[in-house]
Structures are given as C-alpha cells and as structure tokens.
Design a protein around this ligand. Structure first.
Ligand SMILES: Nc1ncnc2c1ncn2[C@@H]1O[C@H](COP(=O)(O)OP(=O)(O)OP(=O)(O)O)[C@@H](O)[C@H]1O
Ligand SMILES: [Mg+2]
Length: 268
C-alpha cells in the first residue's frame, strides 16, 4: 500500500471539510537522499496517532516537517489553516520563516531528550515560552506555568532544577512547557525512550489524559503497548513511506502489508 492508498484508509475523510492536519505529497531530501517519498495523510482533530517503523525510516524528519523545523522540498503541510507549501520541487517558498513561526504556535513538540534549561527551575522553564513568544507578563506566565505543571502532576516540584528530577518528571515538565503555548497539536518524538522503564507509564498517562480532553497528538514511539492501547490508529512507516495505516486491532492481528508483518514480527 502506498502513501495515497493509505490516506484513503483514514476514517472520516469525505474530501469536503478540511481536517485539522492535512499533509499532501510531502517530499523531503537531505542532500541527494530522498527521505520522505510523497507522503499524504489527513489527521482529524482529537485523534491520537502513533507512528512506528525502523530506525532511519524518516519518522523524526516527518515530525520536523510538520512544525516547520525543516524546509519541505515539495508538497504541503496544513495545520489549522496555516499552510507551508511548495508546488514543485525546489520552487521558491514565499514567507517560509513567517509561516513556520506561525505554525509552531499551533504545534507543541516534545523530544526524546527533554531539553529543559538546566540553570532554570521547572517553573521558570515553563514560564519562558509564554513570556518570550506570547509576550505575557511574568504574573500571567506564572499562572499558566502553574496550571500546566499541575496538569502533569508536578506542581509541588515547580522550584526544582531539572537535575533534581527523574527522567519521567523531566519529560512531564517538557510536556507542560509545550502545553503552555496552548497548541492545537502535540508532536512527540520517542518521548519515553530515554526514561527509566519504571517511569514510562507516568508520561504515557499524561498523553492519555490529554487524549481524553480532545488534544490532537502524533507520537513516534517504540512503545507498542501504548500504540496498541491508546492510539486511534497506527501508521507503519518504512523507507520514507507510509506503508500502512490501520487501527490497532488490524495492524497487530492481521497487518495488510508484508513489510508491516515483518517489522512487527521482529519487534514484538
Ligand atoms: N540533518 C540531517 N542531515 C542529513 N541527513 C539526515 C539529517 N537528519 C536525518 N537524516 C537522515 O535521514 C534519514 C531519516 O532520519 P530520521 O531521523 O527521520 O529517522 P527516524 O525514523 O526518526 O530514525 P530513529 O528511529 O533512529 O530515530 C536517515 O537516513 C538519517 O540519517
Ligand atoms: Mg527519530
């Protein structure tokens, strides 16, 4: 199954109303190497989508294209009405920086390593984006930071420095920091892979809670149990293509594509 066929497999697409996220014919090269091969997908508001696939297949690159951290070589990414578009390969892109900046306001991103500033407390880390990006006052930013630290269960840890927190707590702090800008979409790139296995569930639980509240989330993960239990659907990616998009029952019980079957057999 190719990327376009996969796209049709996403439930609820009627071609009429625009989904929250629409990616069309996305192509990305690094130097001469084709990394993303004509990817198209629609993601509806409130969906939790997991992306799985072997190392180097382009999962992180795809996420980075979604929030304007990478310049796409062709195709389009549209999130909540903000569009990055390149009609033909290498054609000039008007206003990329302005649009990418606007897109990043809609999209929170959480990385494998938490990237909290070590010389700032958790509270200060979370306050920074509202103050710098949204020009909130210190009091407003603090109220926002406290709200989201409370949401991820870290209110009582607000005045600790990252080094005084476990990996799971730091990652929950990173999620609070991303939420502080009130994004429409949250992207996670292997959010639990650098965490002690005993702390993984507390991070996944935050993502589950956000799902219940209707947050749209895309998660690159090796946590098959989470992908299976929590996702609305799972994308299997290989060599820059979305090979298969299916719900968890289908993909784990009866994958449609031989490549998916082979990957899951090796992985599980
Ligand atoms: N900045 C870059 N410059 C050149 N090549 C890159 C760059 N970033 C990634 N690549 C290459 O692009 C391909 C896809 O990388 P990407 O990081 O998206 O894979 P991935 O699926 O996220 O892998 P992993 O599961 O190991 O994180 C790889 O071959 C990688 O070496
Ligand atoms: Mg990656």
């Amino acid at each position: 199954m190719g990327a376009n066929a996969s796209r049709e497999a996403v439930a609820g697409i009627d071609g009429q109303c625009q989904p929250l996220i629409r990616v069309q014919n996305l192509i990305k090269y690094y130097h001469e190497e084709l990394i993303l091969k004509d990817i198209s997908v629609d993601i509806e508001e409130g969906d939790l989508v997991s992306i799985i696939g072997p190392s180097g297949c382009g999962k992180s690159t795809f996420l980075r294209c979604l929030n304007g951290m990478e310049v796409l070589d062709c195709g389009s990414v549209n999130i909540n009405g903000i569009s990055l578009q390149r009609k033909t390969l290498g054609a000039p892109m008007q206003d990329f920086n302005t649009k990418a900046h606007a897109l990043r306001q809609q999209v929170g991103m959480v990385f494998q390593t938490f990237n909290l500033f070590p010389h700032k407390t958790l509270l200060q880390n979370v306050m920074m984006a509202p103050m710098i990006v949204q020009k909130k006052s210190r009091d407003e930013a603090e109220a926002i930071a406290v709200k989201f630290l409370d949401k991820v269960g870290l209110k009582t840890f607000s005045h600790r420095y990252p080094i005084q927190l476990s990996g799971g707590q730091q990652q929950r702090g990173a999620i609070a920091r991303a939420l502080a800008l009130s994004p429409k979409v949250m992207l996670y790139d292997e959010p639990t892979s650098a965490i002690d296995p005993t702390r993984v569930d507390e991070v996944l639980e935050v993502m589950r809670d956000l799902d219940k509240e209707g947050m749209t989330q895309i998660v690159v993960t090796h946590e098959m149990r989470f992908a299976k239990d929590a996702s609305d659907y799972i994308i299997y990616m290989e060599q820059g293509e979305f090979v298969e998009i299916s719900d968890e029952d289908e993909i784990f019980i009866a994958p449609k594509d031989e490549r998916t079957r082979k990957f899951l057999k090796k992985f599980m």
